[in-house]
Design a protein. Structure first.
Lengths: 316, 263
């Protein structure tokens, strides 16, 4: 970039003046994070995949065979020979894994629907307020997202436990106590509570951008308020619905803290299964195999989410 | 013409906000409870805060957590800003799709998978788990959030300004530091804050990647919570919430003032 050289080409022909094959300084800026993610995000996944094919043994680290790179091709061949997909086979035979898998998907799907039902009216109501009020409400929705997830889940234990605040309140108004803690209901409450900001923010973003003129036009054409909502506002907000649903659904399938703290011993979820296999049973291959299956299930939703994220960033 | 909120809108807002804040409010109120029984109000007291500061295990964990959060947030913000620059400005380069997939995936990836995979890396390389492994793990997680935050701001920033600086003879790094960076500074600050609080909060990834010497606060809180509700945990939770809320509101007000000061 010499001072006396020809002026830099302006957009949209940006980069044309560069010799072919030479990355721009911006592309070079991305080398460091690229390298970081390759080493600490991509490589670890390959390790999980590899480990899921190993057998569990009583040793440190507790798995075998280990791929021995120092033996070169011979090591690789020995590793492939020893493959028997034992961890996956055990998963197939043990009905508990399948039950955990299905129940994770169920928890995440049902909670996503409840989140939409709770989050949509909230996001919609927010966009109808005056701009100054809107800002304050937006801040109020974002704030819990910043405060600790663990603490917010913990707060529900004091409310839901048998001698907890909810039952105290129920007793005050003369209603019989309910036993919610350590049940699936508590897990749903926790999921909806913890993920509500993730649902409201994308919904709010699309609803806020909608032009008021559209509703006016609908009203002029004789729509009742409900009709114009259902036939104009809602269809136009579908990208936000999709973004919110993906943003909540994907991490909820692998959720650990909520089912562990609020759920009971019968609450099965894959995140909890991985944790137990790893920490309690010290069965690393099984934990890895469950992780791979979980990941394979989520690949399509994750790709959808990424496409949407990229599209949203480029639209602005 | 936008009509004001209807009764239904107001009800949705009130119920939604009540749902979001009631549990937190109760937790804060009961942290000032004299009684050890969490549900019995025994009068106002700050005794749990006092006993908190005598709990050396908890203080040690808090110190580890703050150090991890500070180092990893700083590193993640630097890397995230560079990544955002690459994604927004570099146009098409080889490996762009892989790169953008890698930056967005950890946003939604279940934490259990991230934690497990990083642990396997550390075991394979043979490093002892402790401060540095948690720090690296948190940087990997929060780097992605930092990227998204900075990217959102960078998209709306007019690149022509930096190009003008370069045309006037500034080397690329100088044009960036003097023109672009001051403009995206609020987003960079927000990215750092977000990375810091995410690291402060994280239980799952830290559990996989930390060693005996580096027990973080969420790990301590988690093991205490498994034994049941205690007023001491309420007190430390209140402190954490207060810390984060103050920081977030401060950054928000700062960015608001900047926006109104500029035309």
């Amino acid at each position: 970039m010499s001072v006396t050289g020809a002026p830099r080409p302006h957009r949209p022909w940006k980069g044309l003046g560069r010799p072919r094959g030479q990355p721009s300084s911006e592309a070079r800026a991305a080398y460091a994070p690229f390298l970081w993610l390759a080493v600490f995000f991509l490589v670890p996944f390959l390790l999980v995949a590899k480990l899921s094919l190993s057998d569990v043994v009583l040793a440190i680290p507790p798995y075998a065979p280990r791929l021995d790179w120092s033996r070169g091709l011979g090591g690789v061949i020995a590793f492939v020979r020893a493959l028997d997909f034992e961890a996956y086979a055990r998963m197939g035979q043990d009905g508990l894994y399948l039950a955990a898998y299905l129940s994770s998907l169920k928890f995440a799907a049902v909670a996503t629907v409840i989140l939409l039902l709770v989050g949509y009216p909230l996001a919609y109501g927010m966009t109808r307020c005056r701009p100054s009020v809107r800002q304050a409400l937006l801040m109020a929705v974002i704030l819990p997202f910043w405060t600790s997830f663990l603490i917010r889940v913990y707060a529900w234990i004091a409310i839901l436990k048998p001698a907890g605040l909810l039952n105290m309140a129920l007793a005050q108004i003369g209603l019989p106590p309910v036993d919610i803690l350590n049940t699936d209901t508590a897990v749903y409450i926790g999921l909806v509570y913890a993920y509500l900001p993730f649902m409201v923010l994308p919904l709010y973003a699309v609803l806020e951008r909608q032009e008021a003129g559209l509703l006016e036009a609908a009203a002029d054409l004789g729509c009742t308020p409900f009709q114009s909502f259902w036939r104009v506002t809602f269809p136009l907000s579908l990208p936000g619905v999709a973004a919110g649903a993906l943003l909540c659904f994907i991490p909820m399938v692998g959720e650990f803290v909520i089912p562990d703290l609020l759920g009971g011993s019968g609450t099965l979820m894959l995140g909890k299964t991985i944790w137990t296999e790893f920490f309690s049973n010290r069965d690393w291959p099984a934990a890895s195999a469950v992780a791979i299956v979980l990941l394979a299930t989520l690949v399509i939703p994750i790709l959808l989410f990424q496409r949407q994220q990229t599209k949203m960033m480029e639209q602005r | 013409m936008r009509r004001g909120p209807s009764a239904f809108n107001i009800a949705a807002i009130v119920l939604g906000m009540g749902f979001l804040y009631l549990p937190i409010a109760l937790l804060v109120i009961y942290s000032f409870n004299e009684s050890r029984l969490v549900t019995v109000w025994g009068g106002f007291s700050t005794r749990w805060y006092v006993s908190l500061f005598q709990n050396e295990q908890l203080l040690a964990a808090a110190w580890v957590t703050l150090r991890v959060a500070f180092v990893s947030a700083t590193l993640a913000t630097i890397l995230g800003t560079l990544a955002a620059l690459g994604l927004v400005r570099a146009g098409r380069f080889r490996g762009r799709t892989l790169f953008s997939s890698m930056t967005y995936a950890p946003l939604v990836m279940p934490e259990v998978i991230l934690g497990l995979s990083l642990l396997l890396l550390f075991v394979a390389v043979g490093v002892a788990r402790g401060f540095w492994t948690v720090m690296i793990a948190h940087t990997t997680l929060t780097l992605c959030y930092a990227t998204v935050v900075v990217q959102a701001r960078l998209v709306s920033f007019d690149e022509a300004l930096e190009e003008a600086a370069r045309d006037l003879g500034a080397p690329p790094w100088k044009a960036f530091a003097l023109v672009t960076l001051p403009n995206i500074a609020p987003a960079v600050a927000a990215a750092w804050m977000l990375a810091f609080t995410l690291s402060l909060d994280d239980l799952v990834i830290a559990s996989f990647t930390s060693g005996p010497g580096a027990t973080t606060l969420p790990i301590r809180i988690y093991s205490a919570v498994r034994l049941g509700v205690s007023p001491e945990i309420n007190a430390i939770s209140t402190l954490l919430i207060g810390l984060v809320a103050t920081g977030v509101i401060a950054v928000y007000l700062l960015s608001m003032r900047r926006r109104t000061a500029a035309p």
